[in-house]
Write a protein that binds this ligand. Structure first.
Ligand code: PEP
Ligand code: MG
Length: 582
């Protein structure tokens, strides 16, 4: 009988996978499959001369881990009680387990292996025993031990997150965190493709800032691609191509050239003040994550920084920077930009960004995030505020509070600012009496309270990335529901209209710093609704300036009125496309 082999594509056949392009650009190179569940450890052997320093490194890592865990345990106890903080206290006990410490020491001396590798093996052995237990409690605890193992290994490498990849790779992974993107960018990551993530996930926003192409929503991407495979990644159309043929490579090359010459054509707008076609001045600002983006911000003719995501300092330092470190950083930013404004959003940790504690939440986006953490851990808030107030030498720093959902939060921060200003005045370290304060509008309750909020602050900035997620109950990082994450949903459009109208009525400034402001399709609508300040990634600025320059306000207002009368996103989108093509 003839046996028919199942056919599989020959080794070098071109294969195309469709995802969602979340950061524009094209990358061609060798793939690197990154599995973020695997903590990478150094594997070079320890020389005889280095045994003592390896032992010292190990003890330092244990000490650091203990400090971190003690802090987490204290905060957790204050926040949710000792039932949860006991998890961390138990981890500290394991850190002091004599058997573990002795075994690691003995093996470093005898085997000349790295402490990280031995810790990994020894703790994995504990985990195996726990997983084999009949007691479900023991089995569940195996995960906590995983956390402990990773903590020690991370602390063994001077607190840096351990992520080593080859230079110039196209990284393929189930998911990437903002920290991964930053670390990999240092190894000149050419582009990345992931299974999870969305247009406004923080990893995507950072890729946009750094100009690294990214495609998300590629199902089972890790199984389809192997490290070393040649791939082409097209962030414009959301495509990942395995083994691109010569003709595909030519097409990709041509596209890149076309994009570059289109970008060059808009460059003449750089030095020009942005005005609508009828002459109305519109301010276009940059969203930045690092100071390294300032030259790009300057190059694209931005009016200043409308959003500095200060939480990225956590990543750059691998830990919470102290007051003086922050002061230096803010000074440099403010000085470089002056007299243009620097809008610093206070640390918005939590959600899909860096976790402040290793306490895992079921729903991090609805959990301990942004201003909630700042108010619960006053030392973080106070250090940051003191650094910012001290750094306001040119008077161009504006503060912005993240994730505001109640008046109490705004008032509590204002009270702290008042107290710190009094202290700093006494210390003769208050360079400017005035301090502009604004809040992000990114939670529906803040929209509902907008009249009260407007009276309390100097300005508001609409963060559509979160406002859409919280209004439509659609996780901004979940590719499965990305089709429902729609900025043109009438509820979103009406909320923006309401915020702008109310804030202007109270004679305060209103801006938008969510990604909606960087969509040329949305901009005429935003102008029509009355927005005069838009903040976006520098890479989008020139395109948006062009759109503004070609829009007449009277037409934009008519368009906005029409959009507000529609009850579905597709009707609104249809109106906007029609306007755009005119
Ligand atoms: C937003 O939510 O729109 C925003 C600008 O903040 P982030 O994207 O950092 O959450
Ligand atoms: Mg936000």
């Amino acid at each position: 009988m003839n046996h028919i082999e199942p056919t599989s594509p020959p080794a070098h056949t071109e294969l195309m996978f469709q995802g969602i392009g979340v950061s524009k650009g094209i990358a061609v190179g060798a793939a690197f499959v990154f599995n973020r569940d695997t903590v990478l450890v150094e594997d070079a052997p320890v020389s005889e001369d280095d045994v003592e320093s390896e032992l010292a490194r190990f003890h330092l890592a244990i000490e650091r881990s203990e400090k971190e865990l003690a802090k987490i345990a204290t905060v957790t106890e204050q926040k949710i009680g000792h039932v949860y903080s006991d998890i961390f206290t138990a981890q500290i006990m394991i850190l002091h387990d004599r058997y573990l410490l002795d075994t690691v020491e003995r093996r470093i001396r005898a085997e000349h292996k790295r402490a990280g590798a031995i810790v990994g093996e020894e703790i994995s052995r504990y985990q195996q025993l726990m997983l084999a237990s009949n007691e479900s409690l023991f089995r569940e605890r195996a995960d906590d031990i995983q956390d402990l193992k990773e903590r020690i290994i991370r602390n063994l490498s001077d607190g840096q997150l351990l992520s080593r990849i080859p230079e110039n790779a196209v990284v393929v992974s189930k998911m990437l965190t903002p920290a991964d993107v930053i670390l990999f960018s240092r190894q000149n990551m050419l582009g990345c493709a992931t299974e999870s993530g969305g247009l406004t996930s923080h990893a995507a926003l950072i890729c946009q800032s750094l100009g690294i192409p990214m495609v998300v929503g590629v199902r089972n991407v890790e199984e389809k691609i192997s490290s070393g495979d040649r791939v082409a990644l097209d962030g414009y159309v959301g495509r990942l191509i395995l083994n691109p043929s010569p003709s595909t490579l030519q097409q990709v090359e041509r596209k890149l050239k076309r994009r570059r010459s289109a970008a060059a054509a808009t460059e003449k707008l750089v030095g020009k003040v942005t005005r609508t076609r009828c002459g109305k001045r519109i301010y276009t600002f940059s969203n930045i994550d690092f100071k390294e983006e300032l030259p790009m911000c300057e190059k694209s003719g931005s009016d200043g920084v409308g959003l500095f995501r200060s939480e990225m300092l956590f990543i750059a330092h691998g830990k919470l920077p102290d007051e003086d470190e922050q002061f230096e950083y803010y000074m440099e930013l403010a000085h470089t930009l002056a007299p243009k404004p620097l809008t610093v959003r206070l640390f918005d940790v939590g959600g899909d960004k860096l976790l402040y504690s290793s306490y895992k939440e079921q729903n991090p986006n609805l959990g301990w995030r942004g201003v909630r953490i700042l108010l619960d851990v006053p030392e973080i808030l106070e250090q940051q505020l003191r650094a910012l107030i001290r750094a306001n030498i040119h008077g161009n720093i504006e503060l912005m509070l993240p994730m505001i959902s109640s008046m109490e939060e705004i008032r509590a921060v204002k009270k702290t600012i008042h107290r710190l200003k009094t202290d700093l005045r006494k210390e003769k370290a208050l360079p400017s009496e005035s301090l502009t304060l604004g809040v992000m509008i990114e939670v529906p309750s803040a929209v509902e309270l907008i009249d009260d909020i407007a009276k309390e602050v100097d300005f508001v900035s609409i963060g559509t990335n979160d406002l859409i997620q919280y209004t439509l109950a659609v996780d901004r990082n979940n590719d499965v529901v990305q089709n429902l994450y729609n900025k043109f949903h009438p509820a979103v459009v009406r909320m923006v209209a309401r915020v702008v109208k109310s804030v202007k009525k109270h004679k305060r400034r209103v801006a938008m710093c969510g990604e909606m402001a960087s969509d040329p399709l949305a901009v005429p609508l935003l102008l029509g609704l009355g927005l005069e300040e838009l903040s976006m990634t520098s890479a989008s600025l020139l395109d948006i300036k062009k759109t503004i320059a070609s829009t007449r306000l009277a037409d934009a207002r008519m368009l906005a009125k029409e959009c507000l009368s529609r009850s579905t996103a597709s009707e609104i989108e249809h109106l906007l496309k029609h306007f755009h093509s005119d």
